[in-house]
Design a binder for this molecule. Structure first.
Ligand code: ZN
Length: 266
């Protein structure tokens, strides 16, 4: 977040205007932005963000979530669960969602934010109950979707419909599309925003125009930077996926050899 502010400050300096001249944030919006520092997603607040350096490798510091961290199988590759990995406008909406749920006594945990094509492909190989969406087709691949789960006493509440029914409409009132409305693949933890832009345009690198663009004076630069970080993660996870596949193949070969040695099939 401070990184975001840092960039924002740099933009302000380069435009030669004061923040007050450009940004007309309400008290609530200021509170939301400030609260990023206190967001429960621990390590975010412990990070040190610098303006001058630390821009190239920012992606390496994104918060990650390991498989089974929230009690369910989400594949062998870690999930990116960091607000910094999201489109700036959508990021603010997710923060508002977290904030508004908090006001109602609901604590939300971030399960996944930006998702690489490699990770999406991993979900596809895990079966239709995980996803039917191909790599490049999910809004997660454009920093425009998030998966959350409510937590009570440190326990994820995946099946707590009473809670989901409260959370979903809060997100919808913020203009987000809620996966809890989907009949085919009911996904109550999923929220997304595309501003009406289809996957075809997103895949071509065209992002939706944001409402109140004056609040995002550095949006184009922010998005270009984000895309660089996404690309870096793509390389990282594509390499990891290859390694995992090779390992799996050699395990299968080894077990086949064992079966042959035992002289039979099982
Ligand atoms: Zn999702």
């Amino acid at each position: 977040m401070a990184r975001f502010f840092g960039f924002y400050i740099v933009c302000m300096i380069s435009f030669g205007v004061s923040p007050a001249q450009i940004l007309t944030l309400t008290t609530e919006e200021i509170a939301i932005r400030t609260s990023r520092l206190e967001h429960f997603n621990g390590p975010v607040q412990l990070r040190r963000w610098e303006i001058a350096d630390d821009t190239v490798d920012e992606w390496k510091q994104w918060e990650m979530v390991d498989n089974y961290s929230f009690g369910i199988n989400r594949g062998r590759m870690s999930m990116i669960a960091d607000l910094q990995s999201l489109h700036p406008y959508f990021r603010d909406k997710v923060l508002e969602l977290i904030q508004k749920c908090k006001q109602k006594g609901i604590e939300l945990a971030l399960v996944e934010t930006y998702r690489t094509h490699a990770k999406q492909t991993e979900y596809r190989t895990m079966g239709r109950k995980y996803t039917r969406t191909r790599a490049g087709q999910s809004k997660h691949q454009y920093g425009l979707a998030v998966d959350v789960v409510p937590i009570i006493d440190s326990i994820p509440q995946w099946r707590n419909m009473k809670l989901w029914r409260k959370i979903g409409p809060i997100g919808e009132r913020l203009g987000l599309r809620w996966g809890g409305r989907w009949n085919k693949l009911f996904d109550p933890g999923h929220f997304e925003w595309t501003g009406g832009t289809g996957t075809y345009h997103l895949a071509k690198g065209n992002f939706p125009p944001v409402p109140q663009p004056e609040k995002y004076p550095c949006l184009d630069e922010d998005l270009r930077e984000l895309q660089r970080h996404w690309k870096a993660w793509e390389v990282e996870q594509a390499t990891l996926a290859r390694t995992l596949r090779q390992r799996q193949r050699s395990t299968v070969t080894a077990s086949t050899a064992k079966t042959v040695l035992r002289g039979g099939e099982e």
